[in-house]
Design a protein around this ligand. Structure first.
Ligand code: GLA
Length: 371
C-alpha cells in the first residue's frame, strides 16, 4: 500500500475505532497541453502525477474526516464551501443517478497541493467515486465514474468544468500522458519517457490562490458557448480559423484560443509519438501565450515563471489547469531544475511576489483500489 493510503487507513482507525472495508486512492494531474478545450468538446493531453488523495471507508454514521484539515464533517446534501463538498457531491450524484447510497463513514488523506491547479478536488471526487463503487458493489465502468464525477462538479459544486481532470485521475496509465477526445471520450496513452531523455516536469505553485467558482472560469465557459452559437456550430471544437472572422471582441479572442489550442494538442501528440520534446516544448510556450493574450487567464506571476523557465533552458513552460493563479509547469532538463527554482525564488521575492513552491512531479498511475 502507498504511504498516503496507509495514512487514510490510520486516520480512519483513530477516528472511528474500527477497520475500513475499502481503501482507494486517486492522483492529481498536470495538463501537458490542451487548456480550456475540454468543455468545448476538444482535445487534451493531461498526465496523472505521483501525488494522491486516499480514502478509507466503510458503512457507518455519515461522518467524513479529513486528516489534512483535521476536521470531521457530516454528509450533507447541500454545498458548504468546504473540502467536504467533493465527497458529498459524488454521493449526491450517485443518489441522483438512482443508486441510493446508504450511510457511510470515511477518512481522507492527501498530498496534492490544494486549490492550485493540480486537481486535488477531482482526485477527491475520483477516489470517493471508486471507493463507494467498490463498497456498495455498483459496478460502474471507469468512464462512467468519470462522467458521474464531472456531473458532481457541475451540478453540486457549481463549476461548469469539463471532464479532463476526473478522466485523467480515473483512467491514466503509468509512464504516459493521456490523449483524450473530450467529445467522444476516446482516449489513448501517449508514452512519456522523460527520464530516458534526461528531462523532468517541474511545477511552480505561485501560491496565488484561486477558487474556480468565484473566478472567471464559468464566465469563460459561457463566452465559449456564445461564440459557438454565433458561429452556428455545436461546440468550438467544430470551428476552424477561417470561421473566426465572423466573431469580434471577447468571443473572438476566446474562440481563437480554443481553435488554436486544439491544433496544438494534435501537434503535441504527434511530437511525443516521435519523442520530439523540443517541438512539444515550443507548443507549450505557444499555449501559454495564447492563454495569456487570448483567453486572458494568466497572472503576472505565472507569466514571470514561464519567462524565467525559458531563460533557464526549459524546452517549454505554461500555466497548467484553469489559470487565474495556481500552478505553471516546465519541461526542463533535469540538471537545470535546481538553477530554475533558485533564480525563480530570488526574482519572485525581488518583485514582491509570494515565495513560490516547487514540486517535481512524475507521470503516475490512475485511481486504484488498495483494499
Ligand atoms: C479546470 C477544469 C478542467 C479544465 C481546466 C482548464 O482544471 O476542471 O475541466 O477545463 O480547468 O483546461
Amino acid at each position: 500500500m502507498r504511504e498516503i493510503e496507509l495514512s487514510a487507513a490510520q486516520a480512519y482507525r483513530s477516528r472511528f475505532g474500527s477497520e475500513p472495508e475499502v481503501i482507494a486512492s486517486a492522483p492529481g494531474r498536470v495538463n501537458i497541453i490542451g487548456e480550456h478545450t475540454d468543455y468545448n468538446g476538444g482535445f487534451v493531453l493531461p498526465c496523472a502525477i505521483d501525488r494522491r488523495v486516499a480514502i478509507a471507508v466503510s458503512r457507518g454514521n455519515d461522518g467524513l474526516y479529513s486528516s489534512n484539515f483535521d476536521e470531521m464533517r457530516a454528509r450533507a446534501s447541500r454545498r458548504q464551501c468546504s473540502w467536504v463538498d467533493y465527497p458529498n457531491a459524488v454521493a449526491w450524484a450517485l443518489d441522483d443517478a438512482g443508486h441510493s447510497i446508504p450511510r457511510f463513514q470515511a477518512a481522507f488523506a492527501g498530498d496534492i497541493p490544494l486549490g492550485g491547479g493540480l486537481s486535488s478536488s477531482a482526485a477527491l471526487e475520483a477516489a470517493t467515486g471508486l471507493a463507494l463503487d467498490a463498497l456498495f458493489n455498483l459496478g460502474f465502468p471507469r468512464v462512467n465514474l468519470a462522467k458521474l464525477c464531472k456531473r458532481a462538479e457541475n451540478d453540486f459544486v457549481g463549476v461548469q468544468s469539463g471532464i479532463m481532470d476526473q478522466y485523467a485521475s480515473l483512467l491514466s496509465e503509468p509512464n504516459a500522458a493521456l490523449f483524450l477526445d473530450c467529445r467522444t471520450l476516446d482516449a489513448r496513452p501517449v508514452p512519456l519517457q522523460l527520464q530516458t531523455a534526461g528531462l523532468g516536469l517541474l511545477v511552480c505553485d505561485t501560491r496565488v490562490k484561486r477558487s474556480l467558482g468565484s473566478t472567471g472560469y464559468n464566465d469563460r465557459q459561457a463566452t465559449c458557448v456564445r461564440a459557438a452559437q454565433t458561429l452556428g456550430v455545436r461546440e468550438l471544437r467544430d470551428a476552424d480559423l477561417s470561421d473566426l472572422s465572423q466573431l469580434t471582441g471577447d468571443e473572438l479572442k476566446r474562440a481563437r484560443h480554443v481553435v488554436t489550442e486544439n491544433g496544438r494538442v494534435l501537434a503535441a501528440v504527434n511530437a511525443l509519438d516521435r519523442q520530439n520534446f523540443s517541438q512539444l516544448g515550443r507548443l507549450m510556450f505557444d499555449s501559454h501565450a495564447s492563454l495569456r493574450d487570448d483567453f486572458e487567464v494568466s497572472t503576472t506571476e505565472l507569466d514571470a515563471f514561464v519567462e524565467i523557465a525559458r531563460e533557464s533552458g526549459a524546452l517549454g513552460a505554461r500555466l497548467t489547469g484553469a489559470g487565474f493563479g495556481g500552478c505553471a509547469l516546465a519541461l526542463i532538463p533535469s540538471d537545470r531544475e535546481e538553477e530554475l527554482t533558485r533564480i525563480c525564488r530570488h526574482r519572485f521575492l525581488d518583485q514582491g511576489f509570494k515565495e513560490p513552491a516547487f514540486h517535481r512531479v512524475r507521470p503516475a498511475r490512475g485511481a486504484e483500489r488498495a483494499l
